[in-house]
Each structure stands twice: as C-alpha cells, then as structure tokens.
Design a protein around this ligand. Structure first.
Ligand SMILES: *Cc1c(COP(=O)(O)O)cnc(C)c1O
Length: 237
C-alpha cells in the first residue's frame, strides 16, 4: 500500500472509532510517528495532507527536521535529557514526554531564555513497569501543582505507552486508568486538561474509545521500522 492509502485507511478507522464512542469525528489528532523514516517519506506524507509528526530522539530530529517541509509540525515523544532541552525547544512545538519536576524546570528555564511558551504533556508509567520512563501516578499527583506553577510551561495533558501486547483489548484498562488520572489532575488544578495522548498502531481504536485526543501512529502509516533505515540515514548515535 502507498503512504496515501495507509493515511486514508488510518483516518477512516479513526473516524469509525469516534462514531462508535459517540465522539465528534474530528476530535482526535493524528500524530504521525516518523522516527527512523526519511525526510522524503515525511514530505510525501505532508503532500497527502498530514501536518503533525512525532520524533523520539533529538539527534535524529536535529538532522531531519530542517530537511522537512515548513508545513510540518513536530511533537517530541521520547525520553528527554536535560542537556538536550535547548534543542528540543528549538525544533518542537509540544513536548509530550515530561516525566520529572527537574525536566519541567529545565524546560521552563530554557523557555524563559528563548521567550517561548511550551505546551507539555506529562508521561505516565501507567502499568508501573520496571525500567520504563514516566511518572508513577502518585508522584505525578504530588508534583502537579509545582509543575503547573512553573513559568512558560503549559500542562496540556497526559501521555502513556501501555505494556506491549498484540491484543489491543489488553491496553484498555491502562487507557481507562490514564483518563481517570487526567480527571484527577483536572480536579487538583481546578481546570480540566485538554489532551490524552494514547494509542499506537496496534491499539489506537481502543484508545479513541477510551477518550484519546492524540494518537501516535508510526508503523501503520510508514511501514516497519528497520535497522537498515537507521543506518542509511546515519541517525545512529
Ligand atoms: C514509536 C512510538 C510510537 C509509534 O509506535 P507504532 O507502534 O509504530 O505506531 C508511539 N509512541 C511512542 C512514544 C513511540 O516511541
């Protein structure tokens, strides 16, 4: 299938999931996860009308984003180290993967210097998996007000990657838990949060049924990520 056909099919499936859930068909943003894929592939996607793209490594973003069409807009979705925050602010309009007060503080500091405001999502380790990035729910609730008080960062919602499974239904309880946590955050902050970023190629329809407002889809749009892609593009560290 061509990229255009992949995109069309994903959009159809997203609309159908919205209808099943009684939601407006345009209530979910498609973030095309382009990691390991070339600027040419991204340009082809932009020519099909796709606007929002996600990358998970600063090193790759730095090499690739300047080669992509100006119409493309970028969210950072990977683990972000403090020493890369300055560049993250340069290339990305949203950082979806904030998982500590110190990282949020660094983003705030760099945004003050750059006279920018950064929308952020807080990443939650929703299944408490060992070795996985993201806030524990209790820690998030504890630090939420302090993050919200930081200048020039704007908490827009939560993001999570549930445990890998080939059965989309296995993700449903985790998506539900993230939605409940978002409601809890809204109560603490006194205002509801806008976004729930959840759902990937294998489980985005279930995520939409559970309230996702952003789905992050790579493989089902661009095809498999191969190490050959990485080597060819010289994006390896
Ligand atoms: C790679 C990645 C995705 C996309 O995964 P697919 O299964 O290829 O759709 C989504 N979210 C994050 C955080 C990722 O790193």
């Amino acid at each position: 299938m061509s990229l255009a056909e992949n995109l069309d099919l994903i959009q159809q499936r997203m609309r159908a999931a919205c209808r099943r859930a009684g939601r407006a068909e345009d209530s979910v943003l498609l973030l095309a996860v382009s990691k390991t894929h070339s600027a040419d592939a991204i340009e082809a996607m932009v020519n099909c009308g796709q606007v929002f793209f996600g990358e998970s490594k600063i090193q790759e973003a730095r090499a690739k984003i300047p080669l992509c069409p100006g119409k493309s807009r970028w969210h950072f979705i990977g683990h972000l180290q403090s020493n890369k925050v300055r560049e993250a602010i340069e290339f990305f309009e949203t950082i979806q993967s904030v998982d500590s007060l110190s990282l949020a503080g660094e983003i705030s500091k760099r945004c003050i210097q750059a006279a920018k405001t950064m929308p952020i999502l807080l990443e939650v380790n929703v299944a408490g998996e060992a070795g996985k990035f993201g806030y524990k729910p209790e820690a998030l609730l504890r630090e939420l007000k302090e993050i919200a008080a930081l200048p020039r960062v704007e908490i827009q919602g939560l993001m999570a990657v549930p445990p890998y499974s080939t059965d989309a239904e296995k993700s449903r309880p985790y998506f539900r838990r993230l939605r409940e946590l978002k409601d809890g955050c809204g109560k603490i902050l006194g205002a509801g949060l806008l976004h729930l970023s959840m759902g990937m190629s294998g489980d985005f329809e279930v995520a939409i049924e559970e309230g996702a407002t952003i789905v992050r889809i790579g493989t089902a749009l661009f095809g498999e990520r191969r190490r050959a892609n990485l080597a060819k593009q010289n994006f390896e560290n």
